[in-house]
Write a protein that binds this ligand. Structure first.
Ligand code: GDP
Ligand code: GDP
Length: 434
């Protein structure tokens, strides 16, 4: 189940500063692990071991003051529809602003969990001014300073209380598959090619409300759930041109999936938004398959696909162990290949390697190239075991876990991938003291 908190508010109140503060510590760790570049619009927060996604609506709004109101209101409406909780950020130094009032009136009607936060309360002398925001009718404000962090703890304490229960990943019997990518890349076309018009293949699952976001695909011996088919089919013109909306949907779809089909547009090449979605999938440790769509439109020679592949892997390095398929959603080209790939990646993600087999393969790797000594201390890895997690994670036991550096971790990951097929799945590696 997704757990998404959106930060809304007018420009310059400090949304991105707050976003950085909420996601920083966690981001730093994740980035070190995977080497992916961080982007400001989506991040994971961790408060006392409870994690949730944070989305900053800033950075989308451009233009003059009069366009602001309309643009901000649009984003607020999307946040109301899609987020689990909303932080409405205001600025104590400007006092209650007209734009704050119009946002507040939308939020009051929403029925969502709203946290009214008053930012830039850098010292106690500003606290009484912060309570003036009570007039917005959204309860007691949380005075805080995104810059120095004061007050953010109280806010986080209350946010994690209202989020849906987390921790364990939801387990469905069938793998859940999300189709993600930028607007117009061909997601709905692929969905239509998969599901077709034939009624008997499309079996919406009855029962709980949550089921309604999945559609079962059961054909050609392949059986899985497609995530958020309603969202892909029912396109609204207004929402579609809000980039924030597509980011929101992508985050939700990825969080609710086991395997993701990341579509990129062959006629445009790989772009920075594609990389953002890639890292979203990677950070959530979901299965990854890259589909280069509209391949029918590309003028090609014998080298074109290879160059395309190289370019994509170069951009996503160091994670390069995934399949790239060249498809045409409207011509139904390589649909079967996609189905086989989904099954393979899902199996790789669920794969459990017995400890004996794992050590047999990896002892050789420790011997051939031991971790470099640090301050005269020889580092010895004794053994490795796979952790009982939803996606592949390994613990390497050694005498000085704190001295093992990123390059060696990557070396171990590469040896794991050479010995066992983990195509399409991010791997987590931990070092523990023996
Ligand atoms: P956004 O447009 O809402 O994303 O706002 P930014 O995060 O870009 O912040 C706008 C300005 O406010 C920047 O100059 C920040 O340094 C400043 N700012 C953000 N948070 C605080 C705070 O807690 N205290 C003070 N004094 N300044 C802040
Ligand atoms: P979405 O916004 O990602 O759901 O994209 P759509 O499925 O709505 O597709 C956007 C446009 O691209 C439509 O005009 C499609 O007909 C076109 N399109 C999608 N897939 C292909 C393809 O494989 N080849 C070609 N030539 N056009 C495609």
């Amino acid at each position: 189940m997704s757990r998404i908190v959106a930060i809304v508010g007018r420009p310059n109140v400090g949304k991105s500063t707050l976003f950085n503060r909420l996601t920083q510590s966690r981001q730093a760790i994740v980035d070190e692990e995977s080497g992916v570049t961080r982007d400001r619009i989506y991040g994971k927060a961790d408060w006392n071991g409870i994690t949730f996604s944070v989305i900053d609506t800033g950075g989308y709004v451009e233009g003059s003051d009069d366009i602001f109101e309309e643009e901000i209101n649009k984003q607020v409406l999307v946040a109301i529809e899609e987020a689990d909780a909303i932080i409405f950020l205001t600025d104590v130094t400007t006092g209650v602003h007209d734009l704050d009032k119009s946002v507040a009136s939308l939020l009051r009607k929403s029925g969502k969990k709203i946290f009214l936060a008053v930012n830039k309360v850098d010292n106690n002398s500003l606290i009484s001014a912060a309570f003036e925001f009570y007039e917005l009718g959204l309860g007691n404000p949380y005075p805080l300073s995104s810059l120095n962090g004061s007050g953010t703890g109280e806010l986080l304490d209350d946010i994690v209380k209202v989020l849906p229960p987390a921790g364990v990943e939801e387990e469905t019997e069938l793998p859940r598959v999300a189709i993600v990518g930028r607007p117009n890349v061909g997601k709905s076309s692929l969905l239509n090619s998969l599901l077709g018009e034939e009624r008997n293949i499309v079996t919406p699952l009855a029962g709980t409300t949550r089921d309604s976001i999945y559609t079962r695909y059961n054909k050609f011996n392949h059986d899985f759930l497609l995530v958020d088919t309603a969202g892909l089919r029912k396109k609204s013109r207004i929402k579609n041109d809000i980039e924030f909306y597509s980011v929101m949907r992508a985050v939700k779809a990825v969080e609710n999936s086991d395997v993701c089909l990341l579509m990129v547009d062959a006629t445009r090449g790989i772009e920075s938004q594609d990389i953002s979605i890639f890292s979203l999938i990677q950070r959530n440790n979901k299965g990854m398959i890259v589909l280069v769509n509209k391949w029918d439109l590309v003028k090609k020679d014998s080298n074109t696909a290879k160059l395309f592949e190289e370019e994509i892997r170069k951009r996503t390095a160091p994670f390069t162990d995934y399949d790239i398929l060249f498809i045409s959603a409207i011509n139904k080209q390589r649909i079967h290949k996609i189905l086989e790939c989904i099954e393979k990646v899902n199996n790789n993600r669920k794969k459990r390697i017995p400890t004996s087999e794992l050590n047999e393969a990896m002892q050789e790797a420790f011997r051939a190239y031991p971790p470099p000594a640090v301050r005269g201390k020889n580092i010895k890895i004794k053994y490795v075991t796979q952790l009982p997690s939803y996606s592949p994670a390994f613990a390497f036991f050694c005498n000085y876990p704190q001295y093992i550096k990123e390059p060696y971790k990557r070396y171990l990951e590469n040896r794991l991938r050479e010995n066992f097929d983990f195509t399409g799945v991010p791997i987590k590696i931990f070092f523990r003291k023996k």
